[in-house]
Design a binder for this molecule. Structure first.
Ligand SMILES: *[C@@H]1O[C@H](CO)[C@@H](O)[C@H](O)[C@H]1NC(C)=O
Ligand SMILES: *[C@@H]1O[C@H](CO)[C@@H](O)[C@H](O)[C@H]1NC(C)=O
Ligand SMILES: *[C@@H]1O[C@H](CO)[C@@H](O)[C@H](O)[C@H]1NC(C)=O
Ligand SMILES: *[C@@H]1O[C@H](CO)[C@@H](O)[C@H](O)[C@H]1NC(C)=O
Ligand SMILES: *[C@@H]1O[C@H](CO)[C@@H](O)[C@H](O)[C@H]1NC(C)=O
Length: 769
């Protein structure tokens, strides 16, 4: 046997062995094993890794190589490890000393409104003009789909040197090496082991970069939204032209790739948080999540608690399951939870019917230039024929029925741009996307591959009636370019997940809303701005919508505050963002949710106002241990609290020593249960404005309660001084016995001389009988 055939032989043999292992591996699952941090057995071992491996050694059969089952060894975001185990092995391992909890790996999703093939966010249209150095010194860690490092948004020409404290780095991988990082993008790592196990054998034929490089676009979009550099002359084929810039253009970015085409696995997310804590990020931005979970079963909540203890602000998307009530996710009180609002920028694309009527719509079709229009085209809306033709699914549009026509497609099932591609492939000349009763009047724009517009639900019904009752229905789309400042904005995005939090109604969630609709930000150079493989167009920017987009806006704002006040705790930063948020829109009217004023369950404290958030006057601060007391007040058990905080507390003692404790949260959620009629909450404000400041309280009591505040005046002599006040809520008699209901109001501390200091807390009162 010559050398080469020997090589071939051994390669085949190796593969054969690997396949054997894989076949056995099919009944293995990934579990995260949480251990007691001061475990009795830990001191025996030289390293954490060896200690963690010892659990596998005790569990697995003798011949097996334990390290092949270990995915991650954690020590910062959680004490413990992730491993592949069979159910029998898990049952055995669970009972070993020092094992605190086991959780099966869980899949989270990125929070864009697009089909989950795509992810993304951001831009510069805030009307706020920053110096490009703002955010200097802060490091924003982004857990997402990775990054496209060559995008001009990650240029480092104006960046200061990498902070001394930074311990992270640039991980090599496919088409990615240390030269991909610079003074803007100071870190990039990828976490794939959980994903690998879950999607083996790989069902997807789609190629993904096995490296921090972004195969989707979402992570490039979100990280540039948080802290992308200023890029002049940015646009999406002329739409939304201007300077593209992240919220904190002077801040550094560290990217942790945890999301793959199949989703984002908790074992990978915790590994990334573990690494980010060690690396030294100041802010963590997570545009992912999905469903409400109890804190002790939610790896993001657990990892965030540890991050918070290290002084890291964790900012998360609220989710895109609105307007359904109680759909909000990522609700732990140590997390800042972000809903989505609209911008005052529109891209008009009006449908002009042949009968002279006009139907307003919006589109980012590249031909959307002021006063351009399509020809008048025959209109078709195919129902009742091919399966899914009203939705314009693949293969549902017969060419002879759509060729050269303007096709109406209902939203849902497949992606919005994908419908355009299908219409185009079937010979259609233009498309009208029709909202359904799920989307109502929500305006989302896309970079369509053919002339197209999106219309609201009411207008869609009008259009369909016109088509149905007209012998020769025809229309053209008239474009209006990019228009700024004419519409009421911000308003709450239809898709933005709503409170109250189903797992913890005592904390009002979401905390705030931020821009999340039609956001323009950086995009990979090898992807079409629609994300469609069939689309050969390229652009350094694209538009996306979702709480995935609003989350990094706030991460960037948190970086601005951190940079201005490096010693502030995550709670102080959150307080600054919440108490300065706007509750009125650009026209000074209440922020809307649909056609009604937005409730606190839709917008939390309001819409972020970065300029005011940097200088809030007063903050509500919270020490990490306060959350432990809070969990005791909420009635969490000893072991649940241990899982979340790794602290061994006796709630009995804690509650005895902290009678009447209420968490110093910047909003107030008062729940009257089973006939209680009065509640007291206490709060403590710290002066971060000027010395000798006097504040007076202004209260708008929620309907159905009377509110008493004491004292009504706070006199701060010094900066850093803290003063407390108490608020009594008394439920009115007529409220008793009613079913679940809530009312809202607010409490604001006003500086006696300086009108810029208005420290506002929303109040919500809920009766549960
Ligand atoms: C790093 O990647 C760049 C571009 O992808 C390439 O030009 C360069 O040779 C690589 N450097 C190393 C050390 O591999
Ligand atoms: C079209 O008209 C028919 C008969 O008037 C009616 O049954 C149908 O619901 C209409 N369809 C739409 C989409 O309006
Ligand atoms: C994207 O940015 C790169 C780097 O600045 C530039 O060379 C390229 O021309 C841009 N691509 C497009 C499509 O504008
Ligand atoms: C918690 O502390 C108590 C008393 O200090 C001790 O008996 C108990 O074993 C501890 N439990 C854990 C899980 O550490
Ligand atoms: C306020 O407290 C912080 C942290 O304790 C300290 O760094 C800062 O110097 C103090 N400021 C004043 C004006 O006392």
């Amino acid at each position: 046997m010559d050398f080469y055939s020997q090589m071939v032989f051994s390669t085949i043999f190796l593969c054969f062995l690997l396949l054997q292992v894989q076949a056995n591996a099919s009944n293995l699952q990934t579990y995260m094993i949480q251990l007691h941090p001061q475990g009795l057995t830990s001191s025996v071992f030289e390293s954490k890794l060896q200690w963690h491996l010892s659990f596998l050694e005790q569990t697995l059969s003798v011949e097996e190589d334990c390290s092949s089952r270990l995915l991650y060894s954690y020590s910062n975001a959680m004490e413990g490890f992730a491993a592949q185990l069979s159910e029998t092995e898990l049952e055995y391992l669970k009972k070993l000393p020092d094992v605190v909890a086991v959780r099966a790996d869980r899949k989270y999703e990125i929070q864009t409104t697009y089909s989950h093939k795509f992810l993304g966010l951001s831009v510069c249209t805030q009307g706020v003009c920053y110096k490009s150095s703002m955010g200097q010194g802060a490091i924003v860690g982004v857990l997402d789909t990775g990054v496209w490092p060559e995008s001009p948004s990650f240029g480092d020409s104006k960046m200061p040197p990498i902070p001394q404290k930074w311990r992270g780095g640039c991980q090599e991988g496919q088409d990615f090496n240390s030269s991909s990082c610079n003074r803007k993008l100071i870190g990039a790592k990828f976490f794939i082991k959980g994903h690998h196990v879950a999607s083996s054998p790989p069902s997807d034929t789609v190629q993904e970069y096995v490296s921090p490089r972004d195969s989707h676009g979402h992570g490039t979009h979100t990280s540039s939204t948080a802290a992308g550099a200023s890029v002049a002359g940015a646009s999406v084929f002329g739409n939304g032209a201007g300077v593209a810039q992240g919220m904190a253009p002077g801040a550094h970015i560290a990217v942790y790739k945890v999301c793959w085409f199949s989703g984002c696995y908790s074992s990978d997310i915790v590994a990334a948080m573990d690494s980010a804590i060690r690396d030294g990020v100041d802010i963590l931005s997570l545009s992912l999540g999905g469903f409400p979970l109890p804190f002790f079963d939610d790896s993001i909540a657990i990892g965030s608690f540890r991050a918070m203890q290290h002084g890291i602000s964790v900012i998360c998307a609220a989710g895109n399951n609105g307007p359904t009530q109680s759909s909000v996710a990522n609700v732990a009180p140590w997390i800042t939870t972000i809903g989505a609002g609209t911008l005052d920028r529109t891209f008009p694309a009006i449908v002009r019917l042949s009968n002279g009527e006009a139907i307003p719509g919006e589109s980012m079709y590249p031909g959307n230039k002021f006063n351009q229009a399509t020809k008048e085209l025959e209109l078709v809306y195919l129902t009742g024929g091919q399966m899914g033709s009203e939705l314009c699914l693949k293969g549902s549009l017969p060419r002879e029925q759509v060729e050269g026509k303007m096709v109406v497609c209902d939203r849902g099932v497949n992606g919005r741009s994908e419908k355009g591609q299908i219409v185009k492939e079937s010979g259609g000349a233009a498309m009208i996307l029709a909202n359904t009763e799920i989307n109502l009047e929500e305006d989302l724009v896309d970079v369509h591959v053919l002339p197209a517009t999106l219309i609201g639900f009411a207008e869609a019904n009008r259009l369909k009636a016109y088509i149905n009752t007209t012998t020769d229905p025809k229309a053209r789309i008239q474009f209006g370019g990019t228009v700024i400042g004419r519409t009421r904005a911000p308003s709450v995005a239809q898709f933005s997940s709503r409170g109250p939090s189903p797992t913890n109604p005592s904390t009002l969630k979401p905390d705030v809303i931020a821009p999340g609709v039609n956001i323009i930000a950086a995009w990979p150079q090898n992807l079409a701005p629609t994300g469609l493989l069939e689309d050969s167009r390229r652009s350094n920017f694209t538009v996306m919508s979702g709480t995935s987009m609003s989350c990094p806006h706030v991460s960037g704002i948190a970086a601005l505050i951190h940079s201005a006040h490096p010693k502030w705790t995550p709670a102080a930063i959150k307080s600054a963002i919440m108490t300065t948020a706007d509750v009125t829109d650009r026209f000074g009217k209440p922020i809307l949710d649909g056609n009604k004023p937005a409730s606190v369950f839709a917008m939390g404290a309001g819409h972020v106002n970065p300029t005011r958030a940097i200088d809030p006057g007063l903050v509500y601060d919270i020490k990490p241990y306060d959350y432990v007391i809070h969990l005791c007040v909420l009635g969490y058990t000893h072991s649940e609290i241990f899982i979340i905080t790794h602290m061994n507390v006796s709630c009995h003692k804690v509650l005895q020593m902290n009678k009447g404790f209420t968490l110093n949260y910047p909003s107030m959620s008062v729940v009257f249960k089973h006939g209680t009629t009065s509640k007291m909450v206490s709060r403590r404000l710290t002066n971060v404005g000027s010395p000798n400041s006097v504040y007076e309280v202004e209260v708008t009591a929620p309907e159905g309660v009377s509110v008493r505040v004491k004292p009504r005046r706070l006199v701060f002599k010094h900066v850093n001084e803290s003063l407390s006040y108490k608020v009594w809520f008394m439920s009115e008699k007529r409220r008793e016995g009613r079913k679940v209901s809530s009312t809202e109001g607010h409490l604001t501390w006003l500086h006696s001389e300086n009108s810029k200091y208005r420290v506002r807390s929303p109040i919500v009162v809920t009766w549960k009988n």
